[in-house]
Design a protein around this ligand. Structure first.
Ligand SMILES: [Zn+2]
Ligand SMILES: [Zn+2]
Length: 490
């Protein structure tokens, strides 16, 4: 005979067999934001651990009364009908596709007692009326209702995002406005990581090896905070314009620094090197094991082994338009080498070639770390063909150089002479192969910053780039020069 207690609970729950109910992350709350007459409610995505079951919808209660129901994976709604100058408590329940709900008492007597709530005291400009909470019209499909996308270029809160209601990616960084404001439907909390819907963001995860290969002693390939700051600086200072009225790109790198950045981590590799490159089984296996699936399509993935292709001296490899890369600096992982090589490989992911828009390498007037002439030396800042230690892409300001007809008085910048043929005479009409590729061509600079391709992060591993870069059936790989002897420092 069943104990009476269980019969009572079954009567209460109305279900014969209940395992776990959908539940919310403990400590999370309901956010109620207001701007003018607009009130928006946002709640954390609920979790469902029962095999084969999914959260189906959320009920929104105001002062204990259900005023709206919103289908998952949406986690926000526009609350209408509140009276002015009034305080309300807003609570949210999750219901799964078998009818179980958070807060329900299960057959085992278990109840999820955590219930996210939020409070609001309304302003004077509300008009009241029937209470409702609805997703609202979303013309551009970015999960933000038109009414909150105020197109001002200023993000205030969830009720006034400043984004464009007719553009799902207002800042054109290949991350949708809704993902940057609400987090992704797969619970990647992008706002907590510091992204903005009005300013371009680039996200990277670095995983690394520790080893003691090549006689250089025990060492780690983990990027330091200094190296990551050196990588981020040129992006922050770039002339790329943003809807928020500022310039620059915000680089957010998870290199295992802690806090919210624990995705980057040490990979325990038995020999410190990987067989194959970016499209090889080793690389893809490590990525599969160490890169959270919800980051796919948002983060570039950087693997930092001692070497790849088992014994290669190449300093790295990257997809040309894509999201995957290797930085392999063997014994010479100085902060500077890590930063400049990471910028170089990331540039390939962003669609840049060794000659900007072309593969022609070593052009003295292509003033970018994408150019082998400047990858390790850094770009030139004094109108000579020698780099000056500054990590940057080109803005395309250098004059074109016709190797059939060089004007030495004009030099590289159009005003500072350079003796291309080394005969100590500044002359015109010089014919000289100045990039060492065995022919005479017209060499041109390239405006890297104006031509970055950010959508490569959305590619599938090994698949073709999307959109304008869809000229390949698979993402081509670019394999790098060895570290030049002058930069073999750690
Ligand atoms: Zn190593
Ligand atoms: Zn390269």
């Amino acid at each position: 005979m069943r104990p009476t207690r269980v019969l009572l609970i079954l009567a209460v729950s109305g279900l014969v067999a209940v395992s776990c109910v959908p539940f919310f992350p403990v400590g999370s709350g309901v956010i109620v934001d207001e701007a003018g007459a607009v009130v928006v409610v946002r709640w954390p995505a609920a979790l469902e651990v029962d095999e084969g079951e999914q959260v189906s919808h959320y009920d929104i209660e105001v002062d204990g009364v259900v005023v709206g129901s919103v289908d998952a994976p949406a986690t926000s709604c526009v609350l209408a009908g509140l009276e002015p100058n009034t305080s309300y408590t807003v609570a949210v329940s999750a219901i799964d596709d078998t009818g179980e709900w958070s807060g329900q008492v299960t057959a085992e007597g278990y109840q999820d007692i955590f219930r996210p709530t939020g409070l609001i005291t309304t302003p004077a400009d509300l008009v009241g009326g029937p209470l409702s909470c609805t997703p609202g019209t979303d013309t551009d499909g970015d999960r933000l209702p038109d009414i909150v996308e105020t197109d001002t270029g200023v993000f205030t809160n969830l009720a006034d995002t400043g984004t464009d209601p007719f553009d799902s990616d207002t800042d054109a960084d290949a991350i949708d406005d809704g993902d940057e404001v609400l987090g992704t439907v797969d619970r990647l909390d992008l706002p907590a990581l510091g992204v903005s819907p009005l300013h371009q963001d680039l996200l990277l995860e670095f995983d690394w090896f520790d080893d003691a290969l090549d006689g250089c002693g025990a060492h780690s390939h983990q990027p330091s905070a200094t190296a990551m700051a050196m990588l981020a600086a040129p992006f922050a200072a770039s002339p790329v314009t943003n809807p928020d009225g500022t310039t620059g790109i915000n680089v957010i790198a998870d290199h295992g620094q802690g806090g919210l950045f624990v995705g980057g981590g040490l990979i325990d590799d038995p020999d410190g090197v990987i067989a194959g490159g970016v499209s090889g089984a080793d690389y893809l296996g490590y990525k599969q094991a160490h890169f959270a699936p919800e980051r796919d399509g948002y983060f570039h993935y950087v693997l930092m082994p001692h070497r790849y292709n088992t014994s290669s001296g190449s300093s790295g490899q990257a997809e040309l338009s894509g999201d995957d890369m290797i930085v392999s600096l063997y014994c010479y992982g100085s902060d500077y080498n890590v930063a400049t090589t990471s910028a170089h490989e990331l540039g390939h992911n962003l669609g840049l070639h060794h000659g900007g828009s072309e593969s022609r390498n070593n052009k003295p007037n292509y003033n970018s770390v994408m150019n082998y002439l400047f990858q390790f030396p850094g770009i030139d800042t004094d109108c000579t063909p020698t780099g000056n230690g500054v990590i940057d892409y080109s803005s395309g300001a250098r004059v074109a150089l016709d190797e059939n007809d060089l004007d030495e008085a004009g030099g590289l910048c159009g005003g500072v002479a350079w003796d291309w043929n080394g005969d100590t005479v500044v002359e015109s009409g010089v014919a000289q192969d100045i990039n060492g590729d065995g022919g005479l061509h017209v060499l041109s600079d390239h405006d890297d910053w104006a031509n970055l391709y950010l959508s490569g992060v959305g590619d599938a591993d090994g698949a073709a780039p999307v959109g304008e870069h869809r000229s390949f059936t698979v993402a081509p790989l670019v394999t790098e020069q060895p570290i030049p002897p002058a930069y073999r420092t750690d």
